[in-house]
Design a protein around this ligand. Sequence first.
Ligand code: BG6
Length: 482
Amino acid sequence: MDAPLDLVIFGGAGDLSWRKLLPALYMAHVHERLPRDTRIIGIGRHGWDRQAYVDFVDRSARTVMADAFQNEAWTAFLARLDFVSMDATEAAGYARLAPCCRPGSTKVFYLATAPGLFAQICGRLHEAGLIDPQARVVLEKPLGHDLSSARAINEAVACYFDERQVYRIDHYLGKETVQNLMVLRFGNAIFEPLWRAPHIQSVQITVAETVGVGTRAGFYDQTGALRDMVQNHLLQLLCIVAMEPPISLDPDDVRDEKLKVLRSLCRMDLHDVRQDTVRGQYSAGVVEGQAVTGYCQESGVPAASGTETFVALRAQVRNARWAGVPFFLRTGKRLPQRRSDIIIDYADPPFSIFADQRDAPHANRLVISLQPEESIELQMMAKEPGSGMKLRPAFLKLDLQSAFSERRAEAYERLLVDVIKGRLTHFMRRDELEAAWQWIDPILEAWQQLGEQPHPYPAGSWGPIGASALLARAPLRGAEAP
Ligand code: BG6
């Protein structure tokens, strides 16, 4: 039988908790994926008792559940909750937390707080005798602001937890379609022989959002799109697209391969950053038929903020598989559609016997849509009916939503269940995280040195003009040594 579980959430009344974590835990509860004897202990500074916390969760988290809400299951779920009102930096609170964690239970500490508190929380948990070899700690992003702050957090956490106890969350790794990418690549034989230069001409990874900065201005203005999205989500997608086949699905086998990709990324110097990156910031515009304000007019954003809400960049993976193939990464807020996809543009046939094809777009293109649609589409050239040999693109499409009728768990539910089961494959290892920062840092530094303001783009457009120009530019040169 499973050991009882005590799941302690620091930041238990914060946005992430009621919007994502508690609804995900509720779904895991409904589908009997939590150990029978699970307690969820919220930690926060509100002077609440247990009942006040339960009332808060009942009011807030319930609103996000829509169809999934069932009265009886919800009541049983709420019975699992507890709350300890405390300041996470002070020892006194931990003395009250300790008796809430049962002897012999598996303890999971979810740190959904500012990363500046991670080291202190781990130290206090240790002093209170709460960390045993079965305990786990989950670290929410952003893990640091740059390489040195990320290292400092990792080092502090490592004083109290072994690496096998540390779960660095990137919720993109919990998405069904992102996990499916591994199956597409390694569970099918037809793609692999062509999954490389010179058969692939370019790879485009886009994570587009329609939302603006919302209520997170304080955090976002200090962070920007490069740190918020590229350093983690987009680089993780790039890793899965570019990595060599791991020898197994064991956490270290997969993470070793991802690490190699990150280490093969060509570091950008000032010249590359000027040429191969575009920073943007949304100005007023119209998104999905609604007029919206510009970033600098959002509440809580300084009027002359220089924070980017859009990034496009061209990256290069220097290894034998990818020499000369550009990887275009693009993400932004207030774009015309919420859409995440990966486009693999295959090389054109080396010689065309079809005169009409000369100006055609790429003959073959694989489009992997991650959200909101979940599909895989392969563009092929076909003959247009009629006389003559006129070519026209046609599509082979796999719609994953209709191919599989099973329930799709949200990313957080899947990842929380992985933490409970002790499965680390879909979490970032320390060296992986640091390698990602190692590549991001020079870009941040170069932007600072160049002192350029982000280019404005109207909300509802696809970003500054420079971003399309980046895509249109000639492919990279071949494989020179780094
Ligand atoms: C978060 C970012 O990690 O991911 C947010 O901090 C962003 O700014 C969000 O909106 C996007 O996640 P999803 O799952 O909605 O694509």
